[in-house]
Design a protein around this ligand. Structure first.
Ligand code: TA6
Length: 278
């Protein structure tokens, strides 16, 4: 079924939002973009995600915050002709099915189409979201064509933090590519703090990254990825972005479960990118 006893659809400005409210957790998913906007486990009542106070809900531009779905490319398109992060975050999605269980509420969604300028693959794309004590997000890409195709993708999750200046990460190691320094390679700092614009593609396939806020810890568990992307725009970029407040950078941090190095899909093959938020 499309809706269960734990789900309802509300309208927020120009978009429809699926609300999931069960004994274990509360979440919201915008049908525009298949875009998770909120996740609050009932056991501690703490919202895990961040959405900009200046987010635009016009059903045209990707909502700033939550979990944008980047697919079938991540970052800038190789030809520079097309927008960053692919085109499915800017289009209508629909509910395929929802079901309640003792683990929570499982919702399956798909975009209106996986075809678009800049990608010639024949694929099926499915997002499944399990709202329980934790939030399990799976992005499943299936090659339904007769030849190999290649994708990049990311669960571009914006996490809420109380103060970026008092926040640090653990769980990352090895080299990262620094977008703010021409994608040069650097070593991951052992004491991972933030004091400037941070835009890093970590090539270490960390299975668990922990966000240490002043009083809380949020675990980000990843599978099916080849990278973890860490982003904070800092003050200058925050000021320049219409859908961010000038001080937005202080209370958000992106830790993204991503494929950035190319995932080949042979005919019939399914790739699953998974992020669990605890
Ligand atoms: O994931 C980090 C990043 O690629 C940054 O370079 C920044 O562009 C961010 O994504 C947000 O991109 P967007 O297209 O949503 O403004």
């Amino acid at each position: 079924m499309l809706l269960t006893n734990s789900t309802q659809i509300i309208t927020r400005k120009s978009i429809q939002v699926l609300q999931i409210d069960n004994a274990l957790g509360f979440a919201e998913i915008a049908l525009f973009g298949g875009h998770i906007l909120s996740f609050t486990p009932k056991h501690d009542g703490r919202e895990r995600l961040w959405v900009s106070e200046n987010a635009i809900y016009d059903g045209k531009k990707a909502i700033r915050g939550g979990v944008p779905i980047c697919w079938p490319w991540f970052g800038d398109h190789k030809s520079d002709e097309f927008g960053a992060h692919g085109y499915v975050r800017d289009q209508a999605w629909h509910i395929v099915q929802s079901q309640d269980s003792e683990l929570g509420t499982l919702v399956t969604l798909q975009p209106a189409t996986t075809q678009g300028p800049g990608f010639d693959g024949q694929t099926e794309l499915t997002l499944t979201v399990l709202v329980g004590k934790t939030l399990t997000i799976q992005l499943n890409s299936k090659n339904i064509g007769e030849t190999n195709t290649s994708i990049n993708c990311a669960l571009h999750t914006y996490f809420a933090v109380s103060d970026i200046n008092q926040t640090h990460l653990s769980g990352l190691q090895g080299k990262y590519l620094d977008k703010t320094r021409d994608f040069d390679s650097f070593d991951t700092p052992s004491n991972y703090q933030f004091n400037e614009e941070t835009d890093r593609v970590h090539l270490f396939k960390a299975s668990e990254v922990t966000i240490h806020d002043q009083q809380t810890e949020t675990s980000v568990l990843s599978e099916g990825h080849d990278s973890i992307v860490v982003w904070n725009p800092w003050q200058e970029k925050s000021i320049s972005m219409a859908d961010m407040a000038d001080d937005s950078y202080l209370t958000m941090l992106c830790v993204e479960t991503a494929v950035t190095q190319g995932q080949i899909l042979s005919p019939g093959q399914v790739h699953t990118l998974q992020q669990i938020i605890r």
